[in-house]
Design a protein around this ligand. Structure first.
Ligand code: ATP
Ligand code: MG
Length: 246
């Protein structure tokens, strides 16, 4: 149905021993929406993202993708529909760029090899790396490697894309090329949840900013409101910190 959210996370709880990391996080993403998740180190951003595709299993709460609840029974199928881009790229070092991008469609989706290769080349073009298909990850810059990992996620035709600090391992001059690719994806109507403190990207691409602290969502709203007139003092204090330290 047109108005079923792509993602609905409801009251997600996660604890490690006596550390209650997620204290009931609820978040929805409509089709084509981009939300940027910000918050101090240790606030639970990565844990929340990992819970969404059960890389970490939540203790409580439900997650629906296109109206279907994610469970142990369907997790493999659901996970194949969620693209995940990590801070440290996670490419297979022994595979060429083309093989990195085509391996999941071939192995997981059982796509014909020719078709998967054709699609992989297309996705590499889309991230500006059409000429790097035969290179190995070690021969690429960090920004190029991150764009390969975005192409790899896109080749699976994801319903939803999750990004966990995709530019924080990159030098500033390489950050821009990755941000540009994410910006274009958002403009093209991809549904995205992005943990990032790249404020330029957040302002331009995000429909909403979600500020998390101590396992709670403190505040969320459109960037123009949240950045200039945060309702909560804690949001304001955090924004001052990232404004100073980038
Ligand atoms: N596998 C784990 N085992 C035990 N504790 C964990 C585990 N993963 C995360 N934690 C704890 O959960 C809390 C939240 O961590 P998380 O990585 O989600 O924070 P974050 O907001 O992503 O921080 P950062 O901005 O530094 O990436 C931290 O206190 C962390 O130590
Ligand atoms: Mg993190």
């Amino acid at each position: 149905m047109a108005d079923t959210p792509v993602l609905r996370a409801d009251a997600i709880h996660k604890r490690y021993a006596d550390n209650e990391v997620l204290k009931g996080i609820s978040l929805t993403l409509a089709r084509g929406e981009t939300k940027v998740l910000i918050g101090p180190s240790g606030s639970g951003k990565s844990t929340f993202l990992r819970c969404l595709n059960h890389l970490t299993k939540p203790d409580r709460g439900t997650i629906e993708l296109d109206g279907v609840e994610i469970s142990d029974a369907n997790i493999d199928r659901m996970r194949a529909r969620i693209g995940f881009v990590f801070q440290d790229f996670n490419l297979f070092s022994h595979l060429s760029v083309l093989d990195n991008v085509s391996i999941c469609p071939i192995r997981v989706k059982r796509q014909a090899r020719d078709e998967a290769i054709r699609r992989a080349r297309e996705e590499l073009e889309r991230v500006g790396l059409g000429d790097k298909a035969d290179a190995y990850p070690a021969e690429l810059s960090g920004g190029q490697q991150q764009r390969v990992s975005i192409a790899r996620a896109l080749a699976m035709d994801p319903t939803l894309m999750l990004f966990d600090e995709p530019t924080s391992a990159l030098d500033p001059e390489l950050t821009g090329e990755v941000v540009k690719v994410m910006q274009r994806l958002a403009d093209d109507g991809m549904t995205m949840l992005v943990v990032s403190h790249e404020m330029g990207f957040a302002r331009q691409a995000a429909d909403e900013i979600v500020f998390m602290e101590g396992g709670h969502i403190v505040e969320q709203g459109p960037p123009e409101t949240l950045f200039s007139q945060p309702a909560q003092d804690r949001t304001r204090a955090f924004l001052n910190v990232i404004a100073e330290h980038g």
